[in-house]
Design a binder for this molecule. Structure first.
Ligand code: VAH
Length: 316
């Protein structure tokens, strides 16, 4: 049975990935870690450890303590936070990954590391963005994601480390709050639609971005790690997407459920600049061909499920 370490377990993806991995592989076989100590939340379901990925000795201590063979490395600063603290972003997103890869090299671990649409830049073809194309991102987040993709490729080619990953679009979820991303408007809009009936969008009308609902994001992370390695032509950074929409499109979908919902715009120039450098939509045919990627949710079904789950969560 796999022995899995998850870093960044308290983040938007990590908090749900830990539960899904425990459901599939057993509670005791999934070690949740993050940079908060003495946590008593869902760790009752399975082991939780404090882990700062900038300390390579801590990583190896946990790998040896739990006989880890697989790491889902999610600890990272997201785009808007990274742009505000670029030096911290390089440290966490690249040095942290380097320490994980070194542990993988020494202890023969399989590694999942997410990349992002943030790994593309203004000179990348923005429509049907190819799997293999120019990557000159203009954000620090994007620089760390391209560096991460290249590091993972190098550790596989040079040392035979089993590194795999996907380029996630914006991820929409209702469990953990998003953590400082450019796509987070697509999460916040649901809370405001239900709680106040109106929403101020920090991206301007017409800003089209790839998005994905969390259940599909979790399936992508697990499926790529369970894929037959012989069929993987691209190991790290598979383009994966489920839908592509603009703020006015998701607002219109919400109005089908809440007719009085009103959205205005209060553009954040930093996040607008980041979003403008990202693709409109990616070509994810390589993921479909090489490991059977096939998302379930679209804008309509995601909106319906998000509103239903948030009504329960917010007791509305
Ligand atoms: C962000 N939600 O906005 C993250 C993600 C593609 C976007 O990486 O930074």
């Amino acid at each position: 049975m796999k022995k899995i370490l998850v870093t960044g377990s308290l983040g938007q993806i990590g908090s749900e990935l830990v539960s899904e991995l425990r459901r599939r592989y057993g509670n005791e076989n999934v070690v949740a870690t993050d940079i908060r100590r003495n946590l008593r939340d869902k760790s009752d379901e399975g082991p939780y450890e404090y882990l700062d990925c900038l300390d390579p000795f801590q990583i190896i201590d946990i790998v040896k303590k739990y006989n880890i063979d697989t790491v889902y490395h999610l600890a990272a600063l997201l785009s808007a936070v990274a742009e505000a603290k670029p030096q911290d972003a390089w440290n966490v997103n690249v040095r942290g990954l380097f320490n994980i890869l070194e542990a993988a090299r020494l202890y023969k671990l399989a590694i999942f590391t997410p990349s992002s649409i943030g790994a593309f830049g203004p000179s990348t073809p923005s429509v049907n963005t190819p799997q293999d194309t120019i990557q000159r991102p203009s954000s620090m987040y994007g620089v760390t994601k391209v560096a991460g993709e290249l590091l993972c490729d190098y550790y596989h080619t040079k040392f035979g480390v089993d590194t795999r990953g996907v380029r996630y679009p914006g991820i929409i979820s209702h469990v953990a709050p998003p953590g400082g991303g450019t796509t987070d408007y697509a999460v916040n809009i649901f809370y405001d639609a239900l709680q106040t009936g109106n929403f101020k969008c920090f991206l301007k009308e017409g800003t089209r971005l790839d998005m994905m609902y969390m259940p599909d994001a979790l399936e992508a992370a697990i499926a790529v790690m369970e894929a037959d390695p012989a069929k993987l032509l691209h190991r790290n950074a598979f383009n994966v997407t489920s839908m592509s929409f603009t703020p006015e499109m998701i607002a219109a979908e919400i109005r089908k459920h809440i007719p009085s919902f009103d959205m205005t715009y209060e553009v954040d120039p930093v996040r607008q600049g980041i979003a403008d450098s990202w693709p409109d939509n990616m070509d994810d045919s390589s993921a479909r061909e090489e490991w059977g990627w096939s998302p379930v949710y679209n804008l309509e079904t995601m909106t319906s499920d998000m509103l239903e789950k948030l009504r329960i969560k917010l007791k509305l």
